[in-house]
Design a protein around this ligand. Structure first.
Ligand SMILES: [Zn+2]
Length: 449
């Protein structure tokens, strides 16, 4: 076979889905000794190594990951890149936490050098955690969005991002106006939306920091640009909900504030949605909205416990994906986030999230929730080649626990309860290696032994 420069193959155990594990048993599929062949950024073939290896010929570079578990790259449906510098800030709940820690941090992004430096660090941290797609809040400054997309385009990652809109109830140096926010967003959409793998999200921070006029204009943008996303926060904290009620007394609920402005529908991503009434879930189901469940953030800010299985009720399921919500979240690792989602789900309603279900919420289910399932989220021919290679024996403790695992579910559960960036051996995006963990003693033993 002739050598194609962009062609590469990976050998190892891999997991993917043949169905939704919330509705179908045995939806998780394991290929114990698998081969994934990638060309020009896409998976062209995958299956048993024994069957496919003759297709490799002599010229296809092959990377072997023995003793690892390969998954589609993780998807983070809610995260703030400017806030990585303010992660782990002590002592407050949502509204005072924003005032005290987040607004001053975001104000630094008036300086484009801060934006570029932080975007580089943030994206390299995502890749170190096996995350290849994220829905990302930038700041109110348009240059924070340019800096982010420039770095993502350089890496070849598929990202969703947007300029935060805020025209009231925040420091003056972070305020736009309804019109300037609209104009700046429109210019960024023209520059970035659909360029290579970059996608734009209209991003009003939340109802408290936008006037009705700003929300209306955001809704106009969202409804009139094909494939555009919308992201905002919804019903995270009780004080926040009370403030929204007093600012919008004529709306029937917090969600109704957004719905009346045209900010609902497919590709509308609402962060948190912890304190929801049944009619709100029903509205999300009927209009096709997505909820981003951010368990480490729920716990860190003491906001409450998201009722995952209520949201997914089989009679009116709502799209749900996982989010890290850094800087209110405490880790950029989707593995750690899956582990916390398990705990929050027990707290919220004594419901048990299986390892396969948690992985679904961070890969194929998230892709479906974001309407990207034709592109990412599965290991299958035709999908974009975004992969994360997990190491179940990344630490001595994990090695000890994993050695006792007798099933795939148990191995995955161990990874999500004990794993984090250390458990990500490598990350591939668009068919290229974009992160390789520094060699541990265990890796060295494999290579020299
Ligand atoms: Zn958030």
């Amino acid at each position: 076979m002739p050598h194609t420069p962009d062609r590469h193959a990976i050998r190892g155990s891999y997991v993917t889905f043949c169905a939704n594990p919330f509705t179908t048993p045995d939806a998780l599929v394991l290929e114990e000794d698998g081969l994934i062949i990638m060309e020009h950024g896409r998976i062209t073939q995958c299956g048993p190594y024994a069957t496919l290896s003759p297709l490799l010929g002599d010229n296809t570079p092959l990377t072997h990951y023995p003793d690892c578990l390969i998954s589609a790259g993780f998807i983070d449906a809610h995260v703030h890149y400017p806030q990585i510098s303010a992660i782990a800030s002590w002592g407050e709940q949502l509204l005072p936490w924003l005032e005290q820690y987040i607004f001053p941090t975001e104000a630094e992004f008036a300086d484009v050098d801060v934006a570029r430096r932080t975007a580089r660090l943030f994206l390299s941290e995502l890749l170190r955690n096996g995350t290849t797609t994220a829905a990302v809040y930038c700041t109110v400054h348009p240059q924070s969005v340019d800096a982010f997309f420039e770095e993502s385009a350089r890496l070849g990652t598929r990202m969703i991002a947007g300029k935060v809109l805020m025209d009231r109830n925040c420091p003056p140096n972070l305020q736009d106006t309804a019109q300037s926010g609209y104009d700046q967003s429109a210019a960024l959409i023209a520059r970035w939306h659909g360029r290579d793998r970059q996608l734009y999200a209209v991003t009003p921070r939340f109802a408290i920091t936008s006037t009705p006029e700003q929300l209306e204009l955001a809704g106009t943008l969202f409804q009139h640009t094909p494939g555009l996303y919308m992201q905002t926060h919804l019903a995270e904290n009780l004080d926040e909900i009370a403030a929204v009620r007093s600012l919008f007394p004529n709306r029937s609920s917090y969600l109704d504030v957004y719905a009346k402005a045209g900010l609902d529908g497919p590709r509308a991503i609402f962060g948190h949605a912890i304190h929801m009434a049944e009619h709100d879930f029903a509205h999300c189901h009927h209009s096709g909205c997505t909820l981003a469940h951010c368990p480490t953030s729920n716990l860190f800010l003491g906001s409450g416990a998201f009722a995952l299985f209520d949201a997914l009720k089989p009679t009116r399921p709502v799209h749900v994906a996982l989010g890290t919500d850094v800087g209110a979240g405490t880790s950029l690792s989707l593995l750690a986030t899956m582990g916390e989602a398990y705990k929050v789900s027990l707290m919220a309603g004594n419901t048990r999230l299986s390892a396969a279900q948690a992985l679904w919420l961070a890969t194929a289910g998230a892709a479906r929730a974001l309407h990207l399932h034709d592109h990412i989220g599965l290991i299958a021919p035709g999908m974009e080649a975004d992969l994360c290679v997990m190491d179940p024996a990344a630490t001595p403790l994990m090695a000890q626990r994993s050695a006792r695992c007798t099933s795939l579910a148990e191995r995955l559960f161990t990874l999500m309860v004990l794993g984090d960036d250390r458990a990500i051996r490598a990350t591939w995006a668009n068919g290229r290696l974009v992160h390789a963990r520094a060699q541990t003693q265990a890796d060295a033993a494999v290579h020299t032994g």
